[in-house]
Design a protein around this ligand. Sequence first.
Ligand code: GFB
Length: 313
Amino acid sequence: MNQDSKIYVAGHRGLVGGAIVRRLGDLGFRNLLVKTHAELDLTEQSAVDAFFAAEQPEYVFLAAAKVGGIHANNTYPAQFIRDNLAIQTNVIHSAWRHGAKKLAFLGSSCIYPKMAQQPISEDSLLTGPLEPTNEWYAVAKIAGIKQCQAYRRQYGFDAISIMPTNLYGPGDNFDLQNSHVLPAMIRKFHEAKLAGEPQVVVWGTGTPRREFLHVDDMADATIYLMESYSDEPLVNVGVGEDLTIAQLAELVRDVVRFEGEIVYDLTKPDGTPRKLLDVSRLNGLGWKARVSLRDGLSSTYEWFLANASEVRK
Ligand code: GFB
């Protein structure tokens, strides 16, 4: 990519797409193309194809997706499988058809088997059954990886697949039902502090382990791979360390300065017991995460406070 390359970021209003746009801007890329959902519905094949025919972007970051936490995945399986299959099929196909030089497809660590060996290497894809709460989303994302690989094999299209671990940061969705655990906790602890509540309810047993990557690191890794990696195998993006949900709850309580108790709602699902990515492939390509969880949590809480009126919730 050079500073004048025409770059389309699909999903720029989301957590990851927004961070990619910010980072590209900081790096001096000045020919960025973005479309809101109202301007372009990526599930509509003819609209997507007409857009690519007219604009012919050279580089495509495919960060648009229907996403959510464990409850949203479990509650809206039809939308998770259909919207994601439609978005990625349309964008990958039209990008190739209208001559894009390269596309980066973003997936998720939930594509790996529920009981994958930890840390999870890219080679464990399709070696076992998926976690039932999010298999609809996972199957769609696996299809996207395979589409990228197939277009590379058959058409020589330079499409790469990048699998982040659980992400968080400015621009996240803080909805109490449908968001991921980290933004949900920030909001729950904050609101409990303001209301003087004695306790905060955390879902599940607190024992599942998760790895959290700041979205600015994710954006940096994605642009790094767009510029330096052109191959069929997928690449994991993570920090290489995880913690339990109970430890995360204590960390958030500390950062938010809530003084009450943490209680667990055992009627809520735990999901995958552990999801720690093996990031040796990425490290070998020369990239490492920089933002520590405590710093990232503090700055995300500050962002949440400063943007209270516009936060998605
Ligand atoms: O972040 P999360 O929704 O997604 O939940 P997954 C992680 C863990 O935190 C689960 C627990 O064990 C939850 O039960 N948890 C505790 C909570 N309190 C809360 C809360 O208030 N809200 C939420 N949301 N969780 C998602 C997948 O799985 O991860 C997606 O469903 C995607 O497909 C995403 O891959 C990265 O890590 O379980």
